[in-house]
Design a protein around this ligand. Structure first.
Ligand SMILES: Cc1cc2nc3c(=O)[nH]c(=O)nc-3n(C[C@H](O)[C@H](O)[C@H](O)COP(=O)(O)O)c2cc1C
Length: 361
């Protein structure tokens, strides 16, 4: 890390977390972010949904809320970026403060409440950007407005998919944010079926990007298995599952006083459950429905563990608040070394290795 980078990161970390987030976005939006990264080693490439990902590491939803800087995020070295959560109408989210760093725990608690500029602004930005597959893929995280009656939630998701779908490489139905009342109850199998069917019917046939579901780590394993079954139903198929969103659980291990704040916990304390959720889903879906694992990933070891457990792609967010974007190239370099150490020639070879019972290590 250069001295300027580390000074900037230090400054961001000393600031109020939401102001630091806004400043980092504004900096990227002014073109002061990274320049085009060198091409990735071909061993990192993955094909998912028939699309080439130059590496399996993505930026999770919640950073670039209304698709202001997806290309600058890709230039950090990510293989893909999930913008959003985007709601049909703009909404301010919850009152501040609503974002808390739990430094010693390597964690964050947020109750942002899906603040974003709304679908029209996102459409404007996404539809104008040139789509170069070799520079990385961009998906959108879709969420209902907080003031939409729950019985009309499917309309919100269908509208979002119809408007944004043609300009995205994949869509993620966010039914798992803990900071919008009632939203997580949309994860019942019947409700997922109804929403997926409505969304699929609304999307123009010529431009239907893969449709994923993002799940909560607070579902029971039995509930997750039921959703895996729904994903396989031919009437309302899902193209992928993003696992997991933040948790409302508070592990005993947390030490920071901010652990008492309401909201979703992310970062290191989520690591074990995120891996467990992936294993539960992969037992049913590996080789059939691609899985994107997110939650508590900090190192190349974490990435490889998720790939071996059956994830085709992974995402990070909280760890960036602590280590900054320079972490991205480091993770990729470390991953290449680790793949070799464990006897895998490529990322593709490592995916699902633990399930095939043919771990190379
Ligand atoms: C400040 C913040 C905002 C987030 N906003 C969203 C969101 O809008 N939609 C969503 O599906 N997940 C959102 N997330 C969850 C992340 O995408 C991710 O699932 C979670 O943080 C776990 O990954 P991590 O431990 O690497 O941070 C947010 C997380 C944080 C910390």
């Amino acid at each position: 890390m250069s001295r300027v980078d580390s000074m900037f990161l230090g400054l961001l970390q000393a600031m109020d977390p939401e102001k630091a987030h806004d400043l980092s976005i504004r900096t990227l939006a002014r073109g002061l972010g990274p320049s085009l990264p060198p091409p990735d080693d071909p061993a990192l490439a993955v094909t998912v949904w028939g699309r080439p990902f130059r590496n399996p590491l993505g930026l999770a939803a919640g950073y670039d809320k209304t698709a202001l800087v997806p290309d600058a995020c890709l230039r950090m070295g990510f293989g893909f970026v999930e913008v959003g959560g985007i709601t049909p109408r703009p909404q301010p989210g919850n009152p501040r403060p609503r974002l808390f760093r739990l430094q010693d725990d390597g964690a964050v608690i947020n109750r942002m409440g899906l603040n974003n500029d709304g679908m029209i602004v996102a459409y404007d930005r996404l539809s104008r950007r040139p789509r170069w597959e070799d520079r990385g893929l961009v998906g959108a995280n879709l969420a209902m407005n907080a003031d939409t009656p729950i019985e009309h939630a499917a309309d919100d998701y269908a509208t979002l998919a119809c408007v944004l779908g043609p300009h995205c490489d994949f869509l993620v139905l966010n039914l798992s944010s803990p900071n919008t009342e009632g939203l997580r109850q949309l994860q019942s199998p019947d409700s997922v079926r109804a929403i997926v069917r409505r969304v699929r019917a609304a999307m123009p046939t010529r431009a239907r990007p893969p449709l994923c579901l993002k799940v909560s780590p607070d579902l029971t394993n039995a509930e997750l298995e039921a959703l895996a079954d729904v994903a396989l139903e031919p009437e309302n198929p899902l193209d992928g599952i993003v696992c997991v969103n933040t948790t409302t659980a508070r592990p005993e291990s947390l030490t920071h006083p901010a652990k008492a704040e309401a909201g979703g916990l992310s970062g290191a304390p989520l690591k074990a459950r995120a891996l467990e959720v992936l294993q539960v889903l992969a037992a049913k879906l590996y080789g059939r429905v691609p899985l994107i694992s997110v939650g508590g990933i900090e190192t190349a070891q974490d990435i490889l563990a998720r790939l071996r457990a059956g994830a085709s792609l992974v995402q990070i967010y909280t760890v960036l608040a602590y280590f900054g974007p320079r972490l991205v190239p480091r993770l990729k370099t470390d991953l290449l070394a680790l793949l070799q150490e464990q006897g895998f020639a490529t990322v593709e070879e490592a995916i699902g290795a633990d399930l095939k019972g043919s771990a190379a290590a």
